[in-house]
Write a protein that binds this ligand. Structure first.
Ligand code: ADP
Ligand code: MG
Length: 209
C-alpha cells in the first residue's frame, strides 16, 4: 500500500519592504531562510535598473561569502540573477538599531566588538559600503553583518575612512543620544589611528569645501 505524506504548507511572510528590496521569511529544504528580492524602481530607465539590480545582487552574494571568512554573515543558499533574488539563512535575533534604541545595557561592549570586526573586514580588503546598525544582527551566536549590495574590495585608507564616516553619520542621526558612547567604544575596537584620523580629515575637508 502506498503511504501518503502530509506536506506542511510553506508560507512566505513579508518581514521588510524597503526602497530597494523586499524580504520574505520562509523555509527552504526545511531550513528557515530569508528571500531577498530587489524590486524594480520605476523611476530608473528599465535597462539601467535591471543592470543595477543584477550587479547589486551578484555583489551581495559574492561579498557575503567573501566576508564570511572573517566575520559572521548569513549563509547563502541560492542566488537567482534573473529574479534578482538571494536565498540566505534566516538570522534569529534583533538588529543593533533595535537593541540600541531599546536601551540595551551592553552597548559599549558591543560597539567595541563591532569596531574590532570592521577592522578585520577592512584588513581583508572588504569595504562594506553601507555600515548602519540596521545591517548588523545580533543572534545567540554573536553579531552578524548583512546587506553587502554596495560593498567592494579595496585596501585604500581613504575607502576605509569613508566606510567609517557613513557609519558615524548614521550614528549621529539615529543614535544621537548615545552617539559619544557608541562611537567612542567603536573607535577603541577599530583601533587603527591612520584610518580614524583620515575620517576626521575628510570631515574637515567637507566642512570647508
Ligand atoms: N538573513 C536575515 N535574517 C533575518 N533578518 C534579516 C536578514 N537579512 C535582512 N534581514 C532584515 O531585513 C532588513 C532589511 O534587509 P537588508 O538586507 O538590510 O535590505 P536593504 O538593502 O533594503 O536595507 C534588515 O535590517 C533586517 O532587519
Ligand atoms: Mg539594510
Amino acid at each position: 500500500m502506498l503511504k501518503t505524506r502530509k506536506y506542511k504548507m510553506i508560507t512566505m511572510q513579508l518581514i521588510y519592504k524597503g526602497a530597494e528590496a523586499e524580504l520574505w521569511e520562509t523555509q527552504y529544504l526545511g531550513f528557515p531562510v530569508v528571500v531577498k528580492r530587489r524590486i524594480r524602481k520605476t523611476y530608473r530607465i528599465k535597462q539601467i535598473d535591471e543592470r543595477i539590480r543584477k550587479n547589486r545582487t551578484r555583489r551581495e552574494a559574492v561579498m557575503l561569502a567573501e566576508a564570511r571568512g572573517c566575520v559572521n554573515t548569513p549563509f547563502v543558499l541560492s542566488v537567482d540573477l534573473k529574479e534578482n533574488t538571494i536565498i540566505m539563512q534566516y538570522l534569529e535575533g534583533k538588529t543593533l538599531k533595535q537593541l540600541f534604541l531599546e536601551g540595551y545595557k551592553n552597548k559599549k561592549k558591543t560597539s567595541t566588538e563591532i569596531g574590532r570586526m570592521i577592522k578585520k573586514l577592512h584588513d581583508k580588503g572588504v569595504i562594506h559600503g553601507d555600515l548602519t546598525t540596521s545591517n548588523m544582527i545580533k543572534t545567540r551566536k554573536g553579531i552578524h553583518f548583512i546587506d553587502f549590495g554596495l560593498s567592494y574590495k579595496s585596501d585604500k585608507t581613504e575607502d576605509k575612512a569613508v566606510d567609517l564616516l557613513v557609519f558615524k553619520k548614521m550614528l549621529k542621526s539615529t543614535h544621537w543620544k548615545d552617539f559619544e558612547e557608541i562611537w567612542g567604544a567603536f573607535k577603541q575596537g577599530y583601533g587603527d589611528e591612520t584610518v580614524l584620523s583620515k575620517v576626521e580629515e575628510i570631515e574637515k575637508r567637507a566642512r570647508y569645501a
